[in-house]
Design a protein around this ligand. Structure first.
Ligand code: ZN
Length: 444
């Protein structure tokens, strides 16, 4: 057994180091960053393998041996980040500057800070010679922000044996967050993700002069009817068990008018007046996780202002709740809502998401957070975004979004994902290390 035990890195310096690799995706260029992590693990005597579909964009899977009394646990983190162009940053986004007790830079929250916390926790356990109950796998992947084709999807589809026996996976939280009144720190534990179904509706009809009202079956009039039908943002309330449990937990943590409002919305999600005590941001988030949503995003067609076009199209970003509602069901529902036949093609269909499981592993994650932050409230949540967590269920692995951050209640740090001036407080990083250590030590 290799026991070349070196000093465990400092989580702040490590986050800074990871941010300084410009892994903007596209194009990604994750190789230097992944090889850096590979070097760190190798130096510490933790075995890791590089797995690449595109040699310039490798992934890494490390294994910290456990005592063999529990199934392996998977931690996964992506090293690519979203572009910064067109954003006004007060510090260069890849400088990793340390200022005001924060590490600044693209990826600080999403999710190099989290990767640094996972690494420090894992290397710390290894250095102290305290093996976890089961093996801990750490997958460090490319390409999460742009479809995962050379990242987690490649691992799951082409190297499934790497994850033999894994029952649970832990990754990012996909930006699920609620600020509420800022009186309690809410720790999201993401147990479900919505999945993307992107569509294109194409309209064809008689072209003509735009100075007169065109016939009912013309392109503009049918397009308008579809846009009218989508004006509410979705197909209407259809909340599931996760939203119910989340609202119950939040209401208990916020007694008074806010808690009552959350319970009213829980019991009648069509009653939007219930959401009045919430900010618009929080109200829209709650509504978004209570229904299948559909937003028109790209409208194409037409040549001149005074010509009724013979063809136009509208792209629709649909996000479906977990469960058995299919893309075909979604298209049928849109047709019914529009009230006329629609020519629709599917552009992108995300992996079907199973109904979430809030079993003993959820309780473990919540327990870690409760112990580490007795004032905080762990809450099961759904995220509207998709992360790599959508891929591991194909291997029978239950995936959870767990990004432990000690940040002031209502501070909005999770809103800095993909935004300018992304940064993470030092305290949040230390908290993350502690929580991952406790998870590895207390698992299962
Ligand atoms: Zn992310």
């Amino acid at each position: 057994m290799t026991t070349a035990r070196t000093a465990v890195p400092d989580v702040i310096a490590l986050t800074q180091r990871l941010i300084r690799f410009d892994t903007t995706n596209p194009p990604g260029r994750e190789a230097d960053c992944v090889r850096f992590v590979h070097g760190l693990l190798t130096e510490a005597g933790v075995a890791s393998t590089l797995v690449a579909k595109d040699p310039s964009r490798p992934n890494l899977v490390a294994r910290l041996p456990g005592r063999g009394v529990a199934p392996p646990l998977l931690l996964h983190a992506h090293v690519d980040v979203v572009p910064t162009e067109g954003q006004a940053w007060s510090h260069p986004p890849f400088s990793g500057d340390l200022r005001d007790d924060h590490v600044w830079g693209r990826g600080a929250i999403d999710m190099k800070g989290s990767l640094a916390s996972m690494l420090v926790a894992l290397l710390g356990l290894h250095a102290r010679g305290t093996p976890p109950a089961g093996d801990v796998l750490l997958a460090v992947v490319a390409d999460e922000e742009n479809g995962s084709a050379v990242g987690a999807r490649h691992l799951v589809q082409d190297h499934p044996h790497l994850f033999d026996g894994v029952a649970y996976a832990v990754g990012e939280d996909g930006g699920a967050s609620l600020e509420l009144d800022g009186s309690r720190r809410v720790h999201p534990i993401v147990v479900a993700e919505k999945r993307a179904v992107w569509l294109r509706a194409t309209f064809r009809g008689p072209a003509g002069h735009a100075s007169r009202i065109p016939p009912e079956h013309s392109v503009p009039r049918r397009l308008n009817r579809l846009l009218d039908a989508l004006a509410g943002g979705g197909l209407g309330p259809r909340p599931g068990a996760v939203t119910h449990r989340m609202l119950t937990a939040l209401a208990a943590a916020h007694p008074g008018p806010l808690g009552e409002a959350l319970l009213r919305f829980r019991d009648d999600p069509a009653d939007l007046s219930a959401l009045k005590p919430l900010s618009e941001r929080d109200a829209l988030f709650l509504r978004s996780i209570s229904q299948h949503t559909a937003n028109p995003t790209v409208i194409a067609g037409g040549t001149r202002t005074n010509v009724i076009p013979g063809e136009m199209s509208v792209d629709i970003d649909g996000r479906l709740l977990p469960g058995d509602f299919t893309a075909d069901d979604f298209i049928s529902a849109l047709r019914a809502k529009a009230g006329f036949p629609l020519d629709i093609e599917v552009l992108v269909e995300g992996e079907p998401m199973p109904e979430p499981v809030l079993g003993p592993f959820y309780e473990r994650l919540a327990g870690v957070l409760r112990e580490a932050d007795p004032d905080g409230v762990p809450v099961p949540m759904m995220t509207t975004a998709s992360t790599d967590a959508r891929l591991f269920p194909q291997l029978g692995i239950s995936s959870y979004g767990f990004m432990p951050l000690l940040i002031p209640a209502g501070s909005g740090y999770r809103d800095l994902l993909h935004a300018p001036d992304e940064r993470i407080p030092f305290a949040a990083l230390h908290f993350g290390v502690h929580c991952f250590e406790q998870l590895l030590l207390s698992y299962p």
